[in-house]
Design a protein around this ligand. Structure first.
Ligand code: ATP
Ligand code: MG
Length: 224
């Protein structure tokens, strides 16, 4: 085999939107430029200025799957996504670095005027709508609160307004969306940021290629 064919480029899995945008400065810090945006180009495989590194653009919740199966050598995913993924696919992902990007918090919110603390202390059974079923189940179990969980895939804020649920478990950063929908945050569950995740086999077989990037990401994210 010729040297050029001996190694495929490393593949980094990202979701478009805030994770892509907040990853660009980390790549820059590693000397890697990305000239195309997934928003305008619609390409799902993006080259970089480094022929040894390409990006693939997937749904945020699919990033761990691509990395775990080795279709990407590494990826960037929120702790929310990693927590839900781990419940279904334990082990298999190495998570070396907290990148301190896409920061928000997972919290419980209710309609303004709904007395959450009273409902909890009376032992009422709560209906909770969320995309984050595992994290929600664990949170309420820890508190000893009985809940019926309703799985949603988006727009959680709507659920308490139309009587689908008493409460939601959702990600919040500024609280603007909650406020716009007359919801209030009543409990914080956990702080969220995104982590670098690495395929276990790539970590061994591609260590020499991966290490400089991991080091640069680590240095750049420590400044945040
Ligand atoms: P999809 O659009 O595929 O359903 P998503 O809506 O979770 O996925 P994004 O909104 O791009 O995708 O969120 C990606 C990650 O960014 C989330 O997994 C979370 O870790 C983080 N995140 C989500 N909302 C916020 C926010 N308001 N502020 C900061 N970070 C956030
Ligand atoms: Mg979103």
């Amino acid at each position: 085999m010729s040297p050029a064919a001996a190694t495929a480029p490393l593949t980094l899995a990202l979701s478009k939107g805030r994770i892509f945008e907040e990853t660009l400065p980390l790549l820059e810090a590693a000397g890697v430029h990305v000239t195309e945006s997934p928003e305008s180009s619609r390409k799902l495989i993006l080259p970089t200025s480094d022929p040894g590194l390409r990006l693939i653009i997937v749904r945020a919740s699919d990033v761990p799957t691509y990395v775990q199966y080795g279709a990407a050598d590494f990826g960037i995913a929120g702790k929310d996504v990693l927590f839900e993924h781990a419940a279904q696919h334990p082990g298999g992902l190495y998570q070396p670095i907290d990148l301190n990007i896409a920061k928000c918090r997972l919290c419980v919110a209710v309609r303004q005027g709904f007395d959450y603390q009273a409902a909890v202390s009376q032992g009422s059974r709560l209906r909770v709508a969320t995309k984050y079923v595992q994290a929600a189940r664990e949170h309420f179990a820890r508190k000893g609160v009985y809940v019926d969980l309703i799985k949603l895939y988006g727009s959680m804020e709507l659920a308490p307004l139309v009587g689908l649920a008493d409460a939601i478990v959702d990600l919040v950063s500024t609280g603007g969306t909650l406020k716009a929908n007359n919801l209030v945050e009543v409990e914080e569950i956990v702080d969220i940021s995104s982590r670098l995740i690495v395929n276990q086999a790539s970590l061994k077989t591609r260590a020499a290629d991966l290490q400089p990037l991991l080091d640069a990401f680590e240095r750049a994210s420590a400044d945040k």
